[in-house]
Design a protein around this ligand. Structure first.
Ligand code: PLP
Length: 332
């Protein structure tokens, strides 16, 4: 794969640990390991940090001075982006979409939002359903008009350059599993803006590792999610010089656990948060990893992972918990 050909800025603590979850495994009757990408370090960590290593490398090569990105109000991607900007001397301009409709004070001011302010990001908020790509272009034009050089990072950092971060994660998982003499039968991850899922699939395909990835959807329906992931996985493989490496059947998303919608919490998500915390002291988030674990629990109970060793990719997000106190506390 030779990732060293791509410009990169070091932001993450790597490799992240690959650890067993003995008590959760016992509770679910499936051998479950965890890849700790909640421990990538930057501003509390999470999956966007790996993507940002390659995105900031590209931004620097292009001579940019201002990072422009967007996300939901409690976006972990925005938090990690503005932190990366601060650490490397970029200004940052972010647009937050009121995607969940919540006006709770914790949601609009605490958690990720509080940290965005701490890092000194320029921020504005727009109503749910706004054309966020148009907002990115508009903000970039404003930066240009005042003499700055913007670099647009798409929502979630999900383009082929960002997905290289998860190509590297796939490599890391395979190396760690080989060192442990452990066969990985499946990787389970939350899948949203698609870069994580696509990068893993592209990386595993290019390596010929033959490890299936199950993406648990958090927003879009299955057909749309699989289409997005496949397109990006193919673009990522093409960037690696292997345009034909990714086959359509390598991309599998299960979008049965979204519940009421993106960023909306239900009882099964809270059960997942509690189970992970009270077995192996793993802190999940309500928007992504809580939904992925909701899916993993339901599928494990339905016997879908019989005799498998499953690696759950913890993509981070615990900082978002503090935006959801009202929804969660009463159910604990
Ligand atoms: C963004 C995010 C995801 C989803 O990753 P994508 O690459 O956008 O699909 C999963 N978990 C957390 C905590 C995230 O912040």
């Amino acid at each position: 794969m030779h990732l060293a050909r791509f410009p990169r800025v070091r932001l993450a603590h790597l490799p992240t640990p690959l650890e067993p979850l003995p008590r959760l495994s016992e509770a679910l009757g499936v051998e479950i390991w965890i890849k700790r990408d909640d421990c990538t370090g930057l501003a509390g960590g999470g999956n966007k940090t790996r993507k940002l290593e390659f995105l900031l490398g590209d931004a620097m090569e292009q001579g940019a001075d201002t990072l422009v990105t967007q996300g939901a109000v409690q976006s972990n991607h925005v938090r990690q982006t503005v932190a990366a900007a601060a650490a490397h001397g970029f200004a940052s301009e972010v647009i937050l979409e009121e995607r969940t409709g919540s006006q709770a004070i914790d949601y609009t001011r605490n958690g990720n939002v509080l940290m965005d302010r701490l890092f000194g990001a320029g921020m504005r908020t727009v109503p749910g359903g706004t054309d966020m790509n148009a907002e990115l272009e508009r903000t970039a034009a404003e930066v240009r008009a005042r003499g700055g050089k913007p670099y647009i990072i798409p929502g979630g950092g999900s383009n082929a350059i960002g997905a290289l971060g998860y190509v590297d994660c796939a490599r890391e998982i395979v190396v760690q599993a080989d060192e442990l003499d452990m066969q990985v039968d499946r990787i389970v991850t939350a899948t949203g803006s698609a870069g994580t899922h696509a990068g893993l699939v592209a990386g595993l395909a290019v390596m010929g590792a033959d490890v299936p990835v199950l993406g648990v959807g958090v927003r879009a329906p299955k057909a749309k999610q699989e289409e997005n992931v496949l397109k990006l996985a193919r673009e990522t493989a093409a960037l690696l010089g292997r345009p034909d490496a990714v086959k359509a059947d390598m991309v599998v998303a299960d979008c049965d656990y979204v519940g009421e919608g993106y960023g909306l919490v239900d009882e099964a998500v809270i059960e997942a948060l509690k189970l992970a915390a009270r077995t192996d002291a793993i802190v999940l988030d309500p928007v992504y990893t809580g939904k992925a674990m909701k899916g993993l629990i339901a599928l494990a109970r339905a016997g879908r992972f019989e005799n498998e060793t499953v690696v759950f990719l913890h993509t981070g997000g615990a900082q978002g918990l503090f935006g959801y106190q009202g929804e969660i506390e009463g159910a604990l």
